[in-house]
Design a protein around this ligand. Structure first.
Ligand SMILES: Cc1cc2nc3c(=O)[nH]c(=O)nc-3n(C[C@H](O)[C@H](O)[C@H](O)COP(=O)(O)O)c2cc1C
Length: 306
């Protein structure tokens, strides 16, 4: 059989293959350039960018847990100006599509960042991290409120023609409500999921093991939750869903496609297997070839329920 067709579309954005990096786990790309051939990936998602540089939280910021990790990095990043000046020139010359993950403490901040990135050649998509406290609304996370999710998505949509992805938080009762709010407000695709809020305790000191007290749980431990949410969201909206959460092998990725994901992101697995992205890509290709599936899109959403 010929090489299977791995191309997928996220709105108007066409990816050569569905393997993406997850924001915050792959730096600004360059960090992995000596380890893997980055140009084989479908898309790179860079660390979340804020209007001004952020130093992040004090240490300890990472704790290992059973089959996963808790992080409270606190969205440390170089800020918009330094990103455009120092990071974008390298990134725009790479083959994979470039997705810039952004965050703000107010709607205006998100809008300002999105508008600035819209003028930048080489930025293919903007991914809104809506797992951030909405300062004007008393600190409730944007993504935990469908009205705030819709307003923010619509306001960003109004200032950019770039592909717009909205990254949903799993820390809600019904993720499909947030998914519909974002899709109806103009998102081209939804990234499902961000980290799950967790806590780890030091038995000797009886203190939280993270200085921030709580942190975001990621890694293989969260895969069943992510898979369930991808399945729910894919049935609830018409826009493509990008699956993320605990993917470390090609088998994990194939489960996400069957559940309804159009593309997948690999996060924590990069830390324990720096070649995870290309390993998964090769595994998907071999699986499709062996199963005589000529197009990846034929696999998406084929979960059998009867
Ligand atoms: C150290 C670390 C930093 C992260 N930073 C961001 C970020 O800046 N923006 C964002 O939207 N998600 C961020 N995430 C969440 C991941 O992109 C991903 O949604 C989550 O970790 C689940 O995927 P995984 O289990 O494959 O890691 C971060 C995750 C980790 C572990």
């Amino acid at each position: 059989m010929n090489h299977p067709d791995l191309t997928v579309n996220l709105g108007r954005l066409k990816l050569a293959n569905p393997v993406m990096t997850a924001s915050g786990t792959f730096g600004y790309g360059e960090e992995y350039s000596g380890i893997i051939d980055i140009n084989r990936l479908g898309a790179l998602v860079v660390k979340g960018i804020s209007l001004r540089p952020r130093p992040g939280n004090p240490p300890p910021r990472i704790v290992e847990t059973a089959a996963g990790m808790l992080n409270a990095i606190g969205l440390q990043n170089v800020g918009l100006t330094a990103f455009i000046r120092d990071k974008l020139p390298y990134l725009r010359n790479l083959v994979p599509a470039l997705v810039v993950n952004i965050l703000g403490e107010t709607e205006d901040e998100y809008v300002e960042i999105a508008a600035a990135l819209s003028d930048q050649e080489g930025v293919d998509a903007i991914e809104l991290n809506i797992s951030c406290p909405n300062v004007a609304a008393g600190g409730l996370v944007f993504g935990a409120d469908p009205v705030a999710t819709a307003r923010l998505t619509a306001r960003v949509r109004a200032v950019t023609k770039k592909t717009l992805l909205v990254k949903l938080t799993p820390n809600v009762t019904d993720i499909t409500v947030m998914a519909k709010a974002a899709a109806d407000a103009g998102a081209d695709g939804l990234t499902v999921i961000n980290t799950l809020l967790g806590l780890a305790v030091d038995l000797t000191t009886r203190r939280p093991r993270l200085a921030n007290i709580t942190g975001g749980l990621s890694g293989p431990a969260i895969k069943p939750v992510a898979l369930r949410m991808v399945w729910q969201v894919a049935r609830a909206v018409d826009v493509p869903v990008i699956g993320v959460g605990g993917i470390s092998t090609w088998q994990d990725a194939v489960e996400f496609f069957i559940a309804g994901a159009t593309a997948i992101q690999i996060g924590t697995a990069n830390f324990f297997n720096p070649t995870a992205t290309v390993d998964v890509l090769e595994g998907i290709t071999a699986y499709l070839t062996d199963s005589e599936v000529t197009k990846l899109t034929d696999l998406i959403g084929t979960l059998r329920l009867t």
